[in-house]
Design a protein around this ligand. Structure first.
Ligand SMILES: NC(=O)c1ccc[n+]([C@@H]2O[C@H](COP(=O)([O-])OP(=O)(O)OC[C@H]3O[C@@H](n4cnc5c(N)ncnc54)[C@H](OP(=O)(O)O)[C@@H]3O)[C@@H](O)[C@H]2O)c1
Length: 254
């Protein structure tokens, strides 16, 4: 189990929600924290809290949709702190999208907002972690990435694509000391998620979600699903025949 003491920790998607709370929770303990997002003011507020808790903190404004910007962030962290010990790739968004109403471009956009943004960091991080002899890459997936959720089809598909990519990377890169942890939250009461009008059974708070994430960063399981209620529901629905899971999912999505 890693101690998360005296580590350089990069959190991409740290200006609000789960990522911001994880940054605050990891501050102190000799950790150096790098927070990245697009909204400069929100990011600066998180960085100020991290510094107040005693950590060196870089706040970098960068759009994860731009692969060059992502590579530059990784290079900047290494220039400043020498290595990346832990990276949390947390950028993602799951808008309410019914398949009867989406356009082709909507599906492509959700794929970019969840899959491309992860790949843009994954590639330069793997190169850096190979150079430095290992490290941990964690990614905030979703329980929606484990099965097709009604009104979240494009999001489920994008998160499932990230999941399988990271599953392959984990197996390939274990001999080089590169570890991967995929995080599968259920519904979390973040400001952005609260605005979409989707039903959210077994919703947990940002603070609860961040505690699950920090525990997973310490223990480094391949997969960490939480809370157990939503996780168990998804496991049961995946195992059930569609004649059973279909009506339940339709009812939950109403
Ligand atoms: N909330 C839930 O119910 C829930 C459930 C399961 C999984 N998740 C996953 O948890 C992760 C965090 O979501 P959250 O609910 O905490 O939402 P959030 O508050 O919207 O957090 C997303 C973070 O990513 C940043 N971001 C978004 N697009 C970006 C881009 N193109 N470039 C750089 N940064 C970008 C946002 O900051 P800026 O806008 O400032 O760039 C923000 O800091 C996501 O991957 C989401 O899919 C959430």
């Amino acid at each position: 189990m890693a101690t998360l003491v005296d580590q350089t920790i990069l959190i991409v998607g740290a200006s609000s929600g789960i990522g911001a709370q994880v940054a605050r929770d990891l501050a102190g303990h000799g950790n150096r924290v790098v927070v990245v997002a697009r909204r400069a003011a929100e990011l600066a507020a998180v960085a100020a809290d991290v510094r107040a808790a005693g950590s060196a903190c870089l706040d970098l404004v960068a759009d994860a949709l731009d692969p060059a910007a992502a590579a530059a962030v990784v290079a900047r962290v290494v220039a400043e702190f020498g290595a990346v010990d832990v990276a949390l790739l947390n950028v993602g968004q799951g808008p309410d999208m019914a398949m009867a109403e989406v356009g082709v471009e909507d599906v492509a956009r959700v794929m970019a907002l969840n899959y491309d943004v992860t790949v843009h960091y994954l590639v330069p991080l793997i190169a850096q972690l190979r150079r430095q002899g290992g490290g941990l890459i964690a990614q905030t997936n979703s329980l929606a990435g484990l099965m097709g959720i009604p009104r979240q089809g494009p999001y489920s598909a994008a998160k499932a694509a990230v999941r399988t990519l990271i599953d392959a990377a984990r197996v390939e890169l274990a001999p080089e000391g590169i570890r991967f942890t995929s995080l599968y939250p259920g519904f979390v009461a973040t400001a952005r998620a609260g605005a979409d009008g989707l039903p959210k059974p077994f919703r947990i708070s940002e603070k609860q979600a961040a505690r699950h994430v920090v525990r997973a960063l310490r223990r480094e399981p391949a997969d960490a699903a939480f809370p157990w209620t939503t996780s168990a529901l998804v496991r049961v629905l995946r195992a059930a025949p569609v004649s059973v899971s279909g009506p339940v999912l339709r009812k939950l999505a109403r």
